[in-house]
Design a binder for this molecule. Structure first.
Ligand SMILES: NC(=O)c1ccc[n+]([C@@H]2O[C@H](COP(=O)([O-])OP(=O)(O)OC[C@H]3O[C@@H](n4cnc5c(N)ncnc54)[C@H](O)[C@@H]3O)[C@@H](O)[C@H]2O)c1
Length: 341
């Protein structure tokens, strides 16, 4: 029998990297990707990610995961044995202005995926959650056993709700499921709404970047390759059952090494200079304003990644300097290309 896998959010940052790795490793005969290609950020970036997935074994469907008919058609035609649900409305700040978009993609969309997993008895459903479920905390590291019932944003609330819905479906119908709480994922072809990308755009145009919480935030940055390594191992290991026999498990997928926003900005600036995006004599301090905390944001994220290490031997390998170097190298070519077209 042919082995198929469905990846939702396939034109997104993590989704595209995952599809690429799945195609490279060749464990599946077909990788089916679905994505709505919405314009939350420039769809051109999504199209260029899809360009990199051109392969006879890759099938792309433009569609909405909240559209049960569309998802049902894919399930009927391809019968994937695994679903990886990465499609979602991401971004904390945007969720304060447009909560309805999050309800649609992250709750109704995820429900549609749960139903598809149930009706077609998939072998494993892997889904994206987020470090944001931990809310405001200053007692690192954050463990999957910790409370997650004080979300600071509606985005975080939808991700925490996904975890509960997944657990209930897993318990009721016995479907093996794994939730991945991703921690600030970064890298080439990343998301333009995230700080490293936004800062690069502002600095190269000579603008001023805002460091929230007066620069005193820390983030557990996780390089995209480390995320994909972990997700690939997770896909291959459907959970057998917890102490109550429910085949649902959660993992923190993070770097486990938080970096302060000030240090992060300094390293980013050095790398942008190295690749000729910023002039060598730019004084970073002249382009920084330190401002109060933003609503919905948290001061610190820090993953306790012992479970991943114990179960899969996975230790995140890419340090922030190396990761930002690779981002800046890609960003230089992206800027050159964007100025031509
Ligand atoms: N990147 C991070 O730092 C990070 C951190 C924590 C959690 N996550 C989660 O990981 C997943 C992937 O994130 P990403 O960074 O790749 O984001 P992304 O925005 O680049 O990718 C998500 C993709 O989903 C698509 N999409 C949105 N709504 C859809 C819908 N209703 N139907 C079909 N497609 C839809 C978008 O077009 C987009 O291409 C998301 O669930 C996100 O919440 C990401």
């Amino acid at each position: 029998m042919n082995r198929h896998i469905l990846v939702t959010g396939a034109a997104g940052f993590i989704g595209a990297f995952l599809c690429k790795r799945l195609l490279a490793e060749g464990n599946y005969d077909k990788v089916i990707g679905i994505d709505s290609l919405n314009d939350y950020y420039d769809p051109a970036l999504k199209f260029s990610r899809l360009q990199q997935l051109q392969d006879p074994r890759f099938v792309f469907v433009q569609g909405d995961i909240a559209d049960a008919q569309c998802v049902g058609k894919i399930m009927e035609e391809y019968r994937p044995e695994v679903i990886v649900n990465l499609a979602a409305q991401a971004g904390i700040r945007y969720s304060a202005e447009h909560p309805e978009v999050y309800l649609h993609a992250n709750i109704i969309g995820f429900f549609t995926i749960l139903e598809a997993a149930r009706k077609y008895a998939v072998r494993h459903l892997v889904y994206a959650s987020s470090s944001s479920v931990y809310g405001m905390r200053n007692d690192p590291p954050f463990s999957v056993k910790d409370r997650t019932d004080h979300p600071k944003s509606f985005y975080a609330a939808t991700k925490a709700a996904d975890e509960l819905m997944a657990y209930a479906y897993s318990q009721t119908y016995g479907i093996p499921m794994t939730g991945c709480r991703f921690f600030t994922v970064y890298g080439p072809m990343g998301r333009p709404d995230m700080a490293y990308f936004k800062f690069s755009e502002i600095l190269r145009r000579g603008g001023t970047i805002s460091l929230y919480n007066y620069g005193k935030c820390q983030r557990d940055f996780t390089y995209i390759d480390d995320i994909i390594d972990a997700v690939m191992r997770i896909i291959a290991s459907p959970p057998a059952g917890d102490e109550s026999g429910v085949p649902h498990v959660l993992y923190n997928v993070g770097g486990g090494r938080p970096v302060g926003l000030e240090d992060f900005t300094q390293i980013l600036c050095e790398k942008l200079k190295k690749y000729g995006i910023l002039s060598e004599d730019l004084v970073l301090e002249d382009h920084i304003e330190r401002v109060p905390m933003q609503k919905g944001d948290v001061e610190l994220t820090c993953a306790d990644t012992r479970d991943l290490e114990e179960n899969f031997g996975i230790v995140p390998a890419v340090m922030i300097g190396e990761g930002l170097d690779r981002f800046a190298c890609w960003y230089a070519s992206y800027v050159r290309y964007s100025s031509i077209v």
